[in-house]
Design a protein around this ligand. Structure first.
Ligand code: AMP
Ligand code: ZN
Ligand code: FE
Ligand code: FE
Length: 283
């Protein structure tokens, strides 16, 4: 049986692997296909596509967008998006600017708490356009200001902790529209993590295509629950490890077994979207 991993991060956001390493790991775990889903970025897609082609692994373009639905943070995965789509790239650039400003604000709060971290240290460590809290945590550890990433999140960075800064977020419907107009399908990421099942019907109404039923942090019972919900709403099923490389100690790629058949259904849906977008032939 062939397996896939449709949720992976690289150093173009808060993961540690580069394209070659991701492709090599996919090969090592005998994955038939992978998708790169960096936060607010598609920058790593062309390079990872190339690296995957070189080792015989199918590659699916992707991104993970942060949105807000009824006051809850939700992550929306976009698959098979055109990574050259002008509107997608313009909006991503906006979200990246928001992320960079947020790093400066978080560092300013840390400085007020007499934690001597500089924004430049975070940017140098992040070395990407979509920096986030994991980079601040890593910079705190690198500077000897925290002893672990967990400590950094617990003391400073978790929601409502003293250096936490809320982030501007688009609505779920806006995220879906952005992905659709770029030719992709939109999937609610790790619903079991956010425990926000009440947002699902509204997102389905707004055109959401799928539900990430398989995820590292979903227990078997959770996966089964979401498979039933996906079935009830006629949603695509996806899944992945949400691997961030060496960030959290152990790389997660290869730890979630998602059958290839779900990718076949996803690609059929994408083909339908593309066909619908084509101009009708005049008789
Ligand atoms: P951001 O997009 O900047 O808000 O950062 C969110 C990222 O931080 C997520 O992708 C998580 O992987 C990571 N994260 C959130 N909470 C924690 C935590 N308590 N410990 C480690 N990483 C976390
Ligand atoms: Zn992340
Ligand atoms: Fe996420
Ligand atoms: Fe993720």
């Amino acid at each position: 049986m062939a397996f896939i991993d449709l949720h992976l991060h690289s150093h173009f956001s808060d993961g540690t692997y580069g394209p070659e390493e991701l492709a090599a790991q996919a090969r090592r775990y005998e994955l038939a296909a992978i998708a790169l889903t960096d936060h607010d970025s598609v920058e790593g897609c062309p390079g990872t596509a190339q690296a995957c082609a070189a080792v015989g692994v199918e590659f699916i373009t992707g991104t993970e967008l942060t949105a807000e639905e009824d006051g809850n943070e939700v992550h929306i995965l976009g698959y098979c998006v055109d990574t050259q789509n002008a509107t997608l790239l313009t909006q991503i650039a906006r979200f990246q600017a928001v992320r960079q400003n947020r790093i400066r604000e978080m560092v300013a709060r840390l400085n007020q708490l007499k934690v001597p971290l500089s924004a430049d240290a975070v940017f140098a460590l992040a070395n990407c356009k979509a920096p986030g809290r994991p980079h601040v945590a890593r910079a705190l550890v690198a500077a000897g200001l925290c002893s672990s990433l967990d400590e950094a999140f617990e003391r400073f960075l978790k929601k409502n902790r003293p250096a936490w800064v809320p982030k501007f977020k688009m609505t779920g419907a806006e995220a879906l529209e952005l992905i659709h107009q770029a030719g992709g399908v939109a999937v609610l990421a790790h619903p079991g993590l956010n425990r926000t099942d009440e947002v699902i019907p509204g997102l389905v109404e707004a055109g959401m295509d799928g539900l990430e039923c398989f995820h590292t942090k979903h227990a078997t019972a959770t996966t089964e629950r979401y498979l039933k919900i996906a079935d009830r709403f006629h949603l695509l099923v996806t899944g992945g490890s949400d691997c961030h490389g060496m960030n959290k100690g152990k790389p997660l790629i290869g730890t979630v077994k998602v059958p290839y058949e779900y990718l076949e259904k996803l690609k059929a849906r994408v083909a339908g979207i593309s066909a619908a977008a084509l101009p009708r032939a005049t008789p």
